[in-house]
Design a protein around this ligand. Structure first.
Ligand code: SF4
Ligand code: SF4
Length: 373
């Protein structure tokens, strides 16, 4: 039987109160309360967005999920991990202060906020992997993500500079890995500098957390120090940084899918996945910049299958705006690699049954305005 993906339509500018209510309606569709046992510790995974970014899911939406987990008898906590790159969320202290600045507190979300990989990303659990066609022999999972008995994964859908699509799989696989895991997934990515285009402005060096870049006549990257975070690519104003999109993105996408298997192991029946197709942007929420939405809001999809929820998201966007947003945004990246690999290693199914619970009859909604950019 194909997994069900529940869809509820939303409109651009809809209030947070309404979005929170729709999130809760999807919990009911998923029959979440029959999933968890009393006092199960369930992590509500979200991200607090980088400074100046506005795309992240706001506290009332997280609160809606927390309340549903609690009313099901489980014990919710909000869970996130530190970032690999230098920013507001590199260590747990700055991360929690930053979350507070973006309005995420125990009072607003209704549960403790736990940075799952510890103060500096050092707290991890090593899980051996032996997946068909797998690249990772060991997964380094954030300690609290491993220990959680269930997960509610709340994801703001965006494009992504390394994976093309940034949604549920990336939120789990990269977002609940420890720093060691993030490093392992990025290993092999070393950007190249296009020397004639480089003005030696030094911006990339400022953003390079391991200080792998020195500036002479042009930027020089020390491959031994580079952690493959891709920040230099994102911040260079002259497009003088390039990545081998073929092999590099293929490997990172496959490893993300493999980490999803590791992280969800033992909690498959107690985990649910939500993609918010709202204020979708080409760049992800890790960028410290506010981006305009690429098209009008579409809705929220939720499923017990993390692959099905991704595929439904892709299909709904394509149907709504009449084109493949992720492919158009990142033409050098084949973002479907993550889905195909995830399905091959048994994470879920790209075939699904869409159930529209918008309360306006069957179908997936009206045509949206084409991408604005
Ligand atoms: S940001 Fe771009 S142009 Fe500036 S030094 Fe780095 S690679 Fe060169
Ligand atoms: S050189 Fe670029 S990809 Fe490598 S660590 Fe520095 S910012 Fe990240």
């Amino acid at each position: 039987m194909k997994p069900k993906v529940y869809f509820i339509e939303t409109t651009t500018g809809e209030s947070l109160t309404s979005l929170a209510a729709k999130t809760q309606k999807l919990f009911d569709s998923l029959k979440f309360s029959s999933t968890v046992k009393r006092a199960d510790l369930v992590g509500v995974k979200t991200t607090f967005g980088e400074k100046n970014n506005v795309g992240y899911l706001k506290p009332p939406i997280v609160r809606a999920a927390v309340d549903k987990v609690r009313s099901a008898g489980a014990k919710p906590f909000v869970v996130e991990t530190n970032t690999l790159y230098i920013g507001q969320r590199t260590n747990a202290v700055n991360h929690l202060l930053h979350a507070n600045n973006h309005g995420f507190t125990v009072e607003t979300v209704g549960a403790p906020i736990i940075i799952a990989d510890g103060l500096m990303g050092e707290n991890d659990y090593m899980m051996p992997l032996d997946l068909p066609g797998g690249l990772s022999k060991m997964a380094y999972i954030a300690g609290a993500a491993k220990a959680a008995q269930g997960l509610v994964v709340l994801t703001h859908v965006t494009g992504h500079m390394l994976t093309g699509m940034g949604a549920t799989l990336k939120n789990i696989g990269m977002g609940l890995a420890s720093r060691g895991g993030k490093l392992a997934m990025h290993s092999g990515i070393v950007p190249q500098i296009i020397e004639p285009d480089c003005t030696a402005c030094g911006i990339c060096a400022e953003f390079c957390s391991p200080k792998a870049i020195t500036i002479k006549d042009y930027a020089i990257i020390d491959a031994k120090q580079c952690i493959g975070c891709g920040e230099c690519l994102a911040v260079c104003p002259f497009e003088a940084v390039k990545i081998d999109w073929g092999e590099d993105t293929e490997n990172v996408q496959k490893k993300i899918a493999e980490y999803c298997v590791a992280i969800l192991k033992g909690k498959e029946s107690k985990s649910v996945f939500f993609n918010f197709i709202i204020h979708v942007t080409e760049q992800c929420d890790c960028m410290d910049k506010a981006y305009d939405a690429a098209f009008e809001d579409i809705g929220i999809v939720a499923s017990r299958d993390p692959v099905a929820v991704e595929k439904a998201t892709i299909d709904l966007i394509r149907e709504s705006i009449g084109e493949d947003f992720f492919q158009k945004s990142w033409p050098e990246i084949d973002y479907t690699i993550q889905l195909d690999h995830a399905e091959r290693i048994g994470l879920g199914s790209t075939e699904y049954e869409l159930v529209d619970v918008s309360g306006r009859g069957a179908g997936t909604g009206k045509k949206r305005a084409a991408a604005r950019k």
